[in-house]
Design a protein around this ligand. Structure first.
Ligand code: URA
Length: 437
């Protein structure tokens, strides 16, 4: 309870009026909306009232100005960082999450190898989408928790890039509201998703931001039209707050790359940094790096050369060492594996991202509850992707786990999720659209 509450200070609004205004389809006035977020953060507005308000937003939507005020109120609930003293341009990337999405790992050092600072404040996975920190923690010694001083020193010096845990001081109102939305069926509202993501990114203090907004079976937004609306809303929010923001709409119908898990995704990222790796991962890494460098004032940067000549790899190694990791250490490998073989000759026509994400999660690569550990060596390695020709008996993918009892439920999740046929599937480019202010 705050001092004002203890003294019986009078609140300027009633939550019920704010809820009714949105429930009946009106726009909530700025002062009332700011108060609602602040009063919820202080515990004056109850979870029941906020859940009802979130549901009203889910049903009725919000105008652009309301979303801006909501985002701003969530930023105001916590600390706001500034990288102004770094003397370098800062550019960040945010992905709405997908299956096999390890792009942050090669992308941050790649962009930093051009002298741009990359503050990549990341999270852990929950459910079928993996978390960047979980993947990196499979590197022996690597440390996710950095003080603000350590983070600044790493960005200022030769490394330039930092991938670390976001502190709890950024947008605490969002933390509370997101947990509430998670259990009240109100996660999927575009104004709430956009304000949640952008409040944290704007509070972080980056100069520029590139959003990877995914659509498809393994994404948060299955439908490209909804993904586009989310991307436009977030680009507008960033722009209105002075953060140069662009978004790419990218395909998440098929797992990204060949590795789904933690340690295996680090291995694949290192292949990309060595100039190789699966073509879709390389293509998306390059596309996002170009966008980030363009926003940082280097539109003509030769991104491919930095992957091929070892500059990005040098920055990766320095970044891992700066956080006490050993980039040359062996990564964990699984005790138990199970191969799934092609039943017939033909062409792989389908591999749905979501079931592969769920299967990797059931193998132990992800967590069901926030407090659960992840098993670094658990996951799935694909040996073929849609469009590839296979012969009967050839391995299609390998499941890895610490305990073979996990294979049954993972295989259940994969039932019907892939197919082999006669005709090559029609596949488009991974980057479908670019959204700018
Ligand atoms: N990620 C967030 O941070 N917030 C959302 O609402 C959804 C995804």
């Amino acid at each position: 309870m705050t001092a004002a509450q203890a003294q019986g200070a009078i609140e300027p609004f009633d939550a019920i009026d704010v809820i009714r205004a949105k429930r009946d389809g009106g726009a909530v006035p700025e002062a009332a909306l700011r108060w609602m977020v602040d009063a919820y953060t202080r515990g004056y507005v109850s979870d029941a009232q906020m859940a009802s308000f979130a549901m009203a937003i889910f049903q009725r939507g919000m105008e652009r100005d309301e979303i801006r005020v909501l985002t701003d109120a969530m930023i105001a609930s916590g600390e706001r960082m500034s990288f102004a003293s770094l003397g370098k341009r800062t550019v960040d990337k945010h992905s709405t999450g997908g299956v096999g999405d390890k792009i942050t790992l090669p992308l941050a050092p790649l962009v930093a190898s051009f002298g741009v600072a990359v503050p990549q404040l990341s999270g852990r996975g929950l459910g079928h989408t993996g978390g960047t920190l979980d993947k990196l923690e499979s590197i022996p010694g690597w440390r996710a928790a950095l003080s603000n001083e350590e983070m600044f020193a790493q960005m200022q010096g030769d490394v330039g890039a930092v991938i670390c845990a976001a502190g709890s001081g950024l947008a605490p109102a969002d933390k509370k509201l997101y947990a509430l939305r998670d259990v009240t069926g109100t996660v999927e509202a575009i104004p709430l998703i956009a304000s949640s993501i952008m409040s944290k990114k704007i509070a972080e203090g980056t100069d520029a931001l590139v959003l990877d907004v995914k659509f498809g079976s393994g994404a948060f937004m299955q439908d490209i039209d909804r993904a586009r609306e989310l991307a436009r809303t977030m680009v507008a929010l960033g722009t209105d707050s002075g953060v140069a923001t662009t978004a790419l709409l990218t395909d998440m119908n098929v797992p990204l790359g060949l590795a789904i898990g933690n340690a295996n995704e680090v291995r694949e990222s290192v292949e990309i940094l060595a100039g190789g790796g699966p073509s879709d991962v390389r293509e998306l890494t390059i596309a996002l790096a170009r966008e980030m460098l363009a926003l940082a004032g280097q539109p003509d940067a030769d991104v491919e050369a930095a992957l091929d000549d070892g500059r990005a790899m040098d920055t990766w190694k320095a970044m891992i060492r700066a956080q006490d990791g050993d980039p040359d250490a062996a990564l964990p490998t699984a005790r138990e594996t199970h191969q799934v073989l092609a039943p017939t000759d033909g062409i792989v026509t389908r591999m749905d991202a979501l079931p592969f994400g769920v299967a990797a999660w059931r193998l132990g690569a992800g967590r069901a509850r926030a407090q659960d550990p992840v098993i670094f060596e658990a996951g799935i390695d694909l040996h073929a992707k849609p469009g590839d020709r296979v012969v009967a008996g050839q391995p299609l993918f390998t499941l890895s786990a610490a305990d073979d009892a996990r294979f049954g439920r993972a295989l259940d999740a994969l039932e019907g999720s892939w197919a082999i046929g006669d005709e090559a599937p029609v596949t488009g480019p991974i980057v479908r659209e670019r959204i700018t202010a």
